[in-house]
Structures are given as structure tokens and as C-alpha cells.
Design a protein around this ligand. Structure first.
Ligand code: NAP
Ligand code: SF4
Length: 664
């Protein structure tokens, strides 16, 4: 008996019956732009189909050259294009899956030399101004959508999703902000509505009843000059009349100044908007955004907010998400931590997408292979994320693995991260790893400090050192003053900082620690009403007051936060601004005494009168054990921060651990 009876229910959508209510939502992987990568893409989707996803939607393919997202041929416009796609649909069908091609015309969000839009208005996130589409171009584009849908069916897809949200071409026609036309395609909302409706009618006519047609519409635009609530519902009704089988929710435009998918966003924060659409139409509707657990999905279904739940990133984190949930093993799901580090940030920097907590994602072939030919006794020392990843991969190949840690709990730096506001999912990810370790039969030895003699006596065939990092100590006079504390003491709750605090270091940990201090709470999620107040959704912004006065410092005379993630850094910077956190760059640290932190900035000496100086000055390798083992003549493998602390992060640590475990 499944714990998620609603989620596990089949549903008929247009021409197909889906096995359950879980949709793997569209997400670009950077494999779409090169048919040479389609086998890899096929393996990636097939793994999710085999893992139980009821429906998969591809990343967006443009119906013509003008609408492509980047300067690569990510287009479905010819029989030759369709033939390539058989390498995606074939493996998905073989795995028993259902898959839709997403047709996306990016309009003014395209990044190449020939961009078009309803009106020649530049987007704030693109350097280029689009050319205004003529009436003839609009007619051609409608026909191109219809042709792409026909080709999708030829290529073996179950149908198509028309991408009509997030600020792409459809949104650009719908919103007064971007549609300044005064012809048949612009003006009042009835005319702004015509283009998405015409595309939907044309796609329906092209596919007949054979193909599923979902339309991803904006349930909330979250921009000035976007659709209002009545217009959104009018759009939903018009799409139903035009022949859509299903309406999927998009939240916000890419240029919105409101977070929509980061950890800052409370779970299921936007399902109310989907529920309003559901009440306006008789089609199945799909909820999305910040739903990363089966419990959250089931609750949204139970509350009547949606008929289907779309997740994109959680399917990167765990291909078997649905099978685990339905089989009563949801505690073993690898939880997406909403970091965007290896998915969206890879996409934006033209790297092939993967997942921080699951390095196998979109690299399935690199981790293929069955049980190890010879099983070994493996010791992994350090139960941070590198050690956990190594232990799980090695146990998965049949090795007998013992995982040691001097702490009395697994998780290492992830446990500290879980304390940061908006990062509660890091704690859930650790719980998922713990359940997986137990299920894999890994022997856990926590609260034990191991040394060379213990490991030698243990008769292990392979020893892996994943002892991680130690915080870099402050090396100025007064570093031993009681005011000076480390970020681990602050985040673990060992020390409660005073009302005035200086944070030394402007890296990721400095920023996170400053947020923790200014916020004053732990990593628990905020409630939706507070989030809406903080970010001004449906009202003026009313940021919460800071818990204490925080000043961040760094030596380099550079902008703070340059190294933060492309898709999340702006949110963290805004949160710190909202809390009034001061940032001083170009600092020379002199000393700490009872008066506070003495610094020099621009040649002027100053004293920061603070209760505490929190050191976030980077890390150094915790390599003592690796050195001792090598001296004792033992062959060891060293992974993660213990191997190289410089710029180590969880992504590199997990990747190194998993790859080593797979090789042992
Ligand atoms: P980091 O990014 O290397 O930053 C270390 C900071 O310490 C720098 O701002 C540096 O600034 C300062 N520093 C270095 N040596 C110092 C010294 N001797 N005395 C005083 N200050 C010193 O390291 P981290 O912040 O510890 O982060 C570790 C890794 O985790 C990074 O890869 C980071 O990207 C990742 N991470 C990211 C996030 C996030 O994106 N939110 C959160 C946590 C961790 P100056 O040299 O200019 O003084
Ligand atoms: Fe989720 Fe981070 Fe993985 Fe992206 S990289 S899927 S946000 S855990």
C-alpha cells in the first residue's frame, strides 16, 4: 500500500493515460543544442521513465531559427530534425515512459543575432533589442508551431507542450509590458490573447486527437505590466476552448525580481495560483515550483490545488523519485536541495547540466556497469558528503563498506548548511542519504576517531580518506581573543553571537553566515505569507528587520559575492541588503582586542565596535589521517576537501566520492 495514494493514481490526459500524477517538467540540459548528444539525452530521460515519472517534458525546442534560445540548432523544423529525436523517444518508450516535446519560442529572451518579439522592446536580461514581428512573420510562426507538433508525433513523442510562460514569446504577446502593437495582435487583452490561442488551435489541428497538447501558461507573471488575475483566468478559458488537453503552471518571468525556485521560496508557495486556474477550467492542471518531496505533492493534490504535480530538479536529484515514493521508500529519495549549482548555473555557463547531489544525472553512461567482479572490504573515513557518496557507490557495486566519522552524525558541512535560512533541504538530503546507507548495508561507525593502526588491523582492501576540511584560522594579533569565533561554532549553535558582529570573509560561507546572523533563526522554512511580504508579491515589499547588526569584510577591493551562483547569488545579495548588512571591501585586518576589530580601509584606521568577530576565511585540508596512513605504508585514496581544499564545494566533493566508489 503506497503512502501517496493520490500521487500514484493514473490520469487520462487527452490521448494518453498516465500511470501517475508525477510530471518531470521541462528543464534544459545543454544537450539539446547538438543532435550528437541525443543518445546521452535519451539515456537521461529513459532513466527517469524507468524510475516511474508519469510524463516527461523535454527541454524547449524552437519551431524556427528565430526562436531558438542560444546560437545552436535547438530547433524542430524538418524531417531531419525529427529523425534525430528518435534517439530520445526510443529509449523512453522502451522504458515504458511517456514524453512530450516542449516547443519554445524565446522571442526577446533569445541569445543570438536575429531575435524577434511582438514589439521592439529590449529585455533587461538581454543586450540585444528584438526586431518587431510583422503580421506575415506572426502567421509563419503559428504555422511553424503546427509543423513542429506534427514532426514531434513523427519523432515518436506523445504530443507537445507549448511553452507559454516565463516571459518567452507567448508571455511577450500577452503582457502589456512587452506588447505595444495596435494591430490584430496587440492592444487590449482580447487582441494580446490572439497569438497563444492561434498557436494552440493550429497545433491542435496539426496533431488531431492523436497527440497530447499541454500549454504551460503563466499562473503568476510577477512583473510590472504583466497579466492580472482576471487576464490569467481568461487566458486559461481561452486555451481550453482552443483545444488544450492540460494546463501547466509557470511562475514568474526570467526578469522577475522575485525568487521562484530557490530555497528561499517556501515549499508549494505558488500552488494557490494553480488552484485558481483549476477552478476556472475543466481541464487537468499541473502545479509546479518548490515541490520537491512526495509529501508536498500529495498535500497539493489532496487540497484540490492541482491534478498533476510537475518537478524538474528533483528528477535530476533522483531518477527513481516516483518508484521510491510509490513503493513506500520515500525516505530513500535523494532530495534536491534547490541550490541550482549544477543544474541552472551549469546551463547559464554553457556546461552540460548535472546535479550536485547526484553526479550521475545526464552522465548515466559514465556510471553504468554492474556489480564489481571482486568484492572488497572498503573503509571510508569521513561521513561528509564525499564519504557518503563514495560509500553508497561502492556498496552499490557489492563491496562491504564501513563508513567512519569522529562526529556522532553523518553529513559534515551539509549539517552546517542546513542551519542557513532557506537551506532546510540540506538536512532532508542528509536524512535521505542516511536511509540509503542503511538500505545499502553500509556499516556506520560514528563517534569514532580512527588511526592508521585501526585501519591496518581492520583488514580492509581499500581505504578512502574523506576527512574534509578545517576552517582556516585567523592569523592576526588577538585571534585568540574571546570575541573571535568560527562559523562552525555559530552555525552549530555552540555560540550565540552578540548584537553587533563582524564577519571576516566574503565567500559563500561568509555570505551564508551573515544571512544566518542577520536573520537570527535557523534553516527552517519561512511561511508563504512572510515570503510574499518580503518579496512584495501582490503588495509592497516589507522586508523583516535584522536580528543584529552585521558587517562583512574582505581584503580584496572587489564587489562582494562575485563567486556566488548565477541564479541564486542575486537573491542572497538582496536578502543581505534588506537586512542592512554593511559590506566593506579592501580591508587590512590589524588586530582584535576588547574594543573590537581594528582594520585599515583606504589608508584610514578604524575600530569596529563589535561583540563578536566571526571568521569565515576559507578552509584548509584536513589531511592528517591521509598523511599518517601514507607514512605507515598504506595505499589510500583521498577525495574531496581532504585532497584539495582550494575552492572545494559540495559538488566537487560528491562527484569525486561517487566516481571513486564506482571505480573501486
Ligand atoms: P571562499 O569562497 O574561498 O572564501 C573565503 C573568504 O575568506 C574570501 O572572501 C577571502 O577574502 C577570505 N580569506 C581567505 N584567506 C583569509 C585570511 N587568511 N584571512 C582573512 N580572510 C581570508 O571560501 P568559503 O566561503 O569558505 O566557501 C567554501 C566553498 O563553498 C566555496 O567554493 C564556496 O563557493 C562554497 N559555498 C558557496 C555558498 C553559496 O554560494 N551560498 C555557500 C557556502 C559555501 P579575502 O581574501 O578578500 O579577504
Ligand atoms: Fe537540485 Fe541542486 Fe541538483 Fe539542481 S544541482 S537538481 S538544485 S540539488
Amino acid at each position: 500500500m503506497t503512502s501517496f495514494p493520490l500521487l500514484a493514481q493514473p490520469l487520462t490526459v487527452g490521448a494518453v493515460t498516465l500511470a501517475n500524477r508525477m510530471v518531470m517538467g521541462s528543464m534544459h540540459t545543454n544537450l539539446e543544442g547538438n543532435p550528437g548528444h541525443f543518445d546521452q539525452l535519451g539515456r537521461f530521460y529513459a532513466a527517469r521513465a524507468a524510475g516511474g515519472a508519469g510524463l516527461i517534458v523535454t527541454g524547449g525546442f524552437s519551431p524556427n531559427a528565430a526562436g531558438r534560445l542560444k546560437d545552436h540548432p535547438c530547433v524542430m523544423a524538418s524531417a531531419a530534425d525529427a529523425a534525430h529525436h528518435r534517439r530520445i523517444t526510443g529509449p523512453v518508450r522502451a522504458a515504458g515512459g511517456r514524453i512530450l516535446l516542449q516547443i519554445l519560442h524565446a522571442g526577446r529572451y533569445s541569445y543570438h543575432g536575429e531575435i524577434v518579439a511582438p514589439s521592439p522592446i529590449k529585455s533587461p536580461i538581454n543586450r540585444d533589442t528584438p526586431a518587431e514581428m510583422t503580421a506575415a512573420m506572426i502567421a509563419e510562426t503559428i504555422a511553424d508551431f503546427a509543423r513542429a507538433a506534427e514532426l514531434a508525433l513523427d519523432a515518436g513523442y506523445d504530443g507537445v507542450e507549448i511553452m507559454g510562460s516565463e516571459g518567452y514569446l507567448m508571455s511577450q504577446f500577452l503582457a502589456a509590458r512587452t506588447n505595444h502593437r495596435d494591430d490584430d495582435w496587440g492592444g487590449d487583452f482580447t487582441r494580446r490573447l490572439r497569438f497563444p490561442v492561434a498557436v494552440t488551435e493550429a497545433v491542435r489541428a496539426a496533431m488531431g486527437t492523436a497527440g497530447v497538447l499541454t500549454f504551460r501558461m503563466s499562473a503568476l507573471d510577477l512583473i510590472e505590466g504583466g497579466m492580472d488575475d482576471d487576464e490569467i483566468l481568461a487566458l486559461a478559458r481561452a486555451l481550453e476552448a482552443a483545444g488544450a488537453d492540460c494546463l501547466s503552471s509557470g511562475i514568474g518571468w526570467h526578469e522577475s525580481q522575485v525568487p521562484t525556485i530557490s530555497g528561499t521560496v517556501p515549499p508549494a508557495a505558488f500552488t494557490g495560483a494553480t488552484q485558481a486556474i483549476r477552478a476556472a477550467v475543466s481541464l487537468p492542471v499541473v502545479a509546479s515550483n518548490r515541490i520537491n518531496l512526495p509529501e508536498t505533492a500529495e498535500a497539493a493534490l489532496a487540497a484540490g490545488q492541482a491534478d498533476l504535480i510537475s518537478m524538474a530538479r528533483p528528477f535530476l536529484a533522483d531518477a527513481d523519485f516516483v518508484n521510491k515514493a510509490v513503493a513506500g521508500a520515500s525516505d530513500r529519495i535523494t532530495v534536491c536541495v534547490a541550490c541550482n549549482q549544477a543544474c541552472l548555473d551549469h546551463y547559464f555557463t554553457d556546461k552540460i547540466v548535472t546535479c550536485l547531489v547526484n553526479p550521475k544525472a545526464a552522465r548515466e553512461a559514465e556510471f553504468a556497469g554492474g556489480p564489481a567482479p571482486v568484492t572488497k572490504r572498503v573503509a571510508v573515513v569521513g561521513a561528509g558528503v564525499a564519504g557518503i557518496a563514495c560509500a553508497l557507490a561502492a556498496a552499490g557495486r557489492g563491496h562491504a563498506v564501513t563508513l567512519f566519522d569522529r562526529a556522532d552524525a553523518i553529513g559534515g558541512q551539509f549539517r552546517l548548511a542546513a542551519r542557513i535560512p532557506g537551506k532546510a533541504d540540506f538536512g532532508r538530503a542528509i536524512a535521505g542519504f542516511a536511509a540509503q546507507l542503511a538500505a545499502a548495508g553500509v556499516t556506520l561507525r560514528l563517534g569514532e576517531r580512527v588511526d592508521a593502526s585501526r585501519l591496518t588491523a581492520g583488514g580492509f582492501d581499500s581505504v578512502v580518506v574523506a576527512t574534509g576540511v578545517d576552517p582556516r584560522p585567523l592569523d592576526i594579533a588577538g585571534a585568540d581573543h574571546p570575541k573571535v569565533i568560527g562559523y562552525t561554532e555559530v552555525l552549530s549553535g555552540q555560540v550565540v553571537a552578540g548584537a553587533k558582529v563582524a564577519v571576516i570573509g566574503g565567500g559563500g560561507i561568509g555570505h551564508d553566515t551573515a544571512l544566518f546572523l542577520a536573520h537570527g533563526g535557523g534553516g527552517e522554512e519561512g511561511e508563504v505569507a512572510g515570503f510574499r511580504r518580503q518579496w512584495g508579491i501582490g503588495r509592497d515589499r516589507v522586508p523583516a528587520p535584522p536580528a543584529r547588526a552585521v558587517t562583512m569584510l574582505q581584503r580584496r577591493a572587489d564587489r562582494f559575492g562575485r563567486g556566488l551562483g548565477k541564479s541564486t547569488g542575486w537573491i542572497l545579495r538582496q536578502e543581505l541588503r534588506d537586512y542592512g548588512v554593511r559590506q566593506i571591501a579592501g580591508v587590512t585586518y590589524r588586530h582584535v582586542d576588547d574594543a573590537g576589530l581594528h582594520i585599515t580601509v583606504d589608508g584610514r584606521d578604524q575600530v569596529l565596535d563589535v561583540d563578536h568577530v566571526v571568521v569565515c576565511a576559507g578552509q584548509v585540508e584536513n589531511a592528517d589521517l591521509a598523511t599518517a596512513l601514507t607514512v605507515a605504508g598504506l595505499a589510500v585514496h583521498v577525495v574531496g576537501g581532504a585532497r584539495l581544499a582550494a575552492e572545494v564545494d559540495a559538488q566537487r566533493s560528491i562527484d569525486e566520492g561517487a566516481r571513486l566508489g564506482h571505480r573501486l
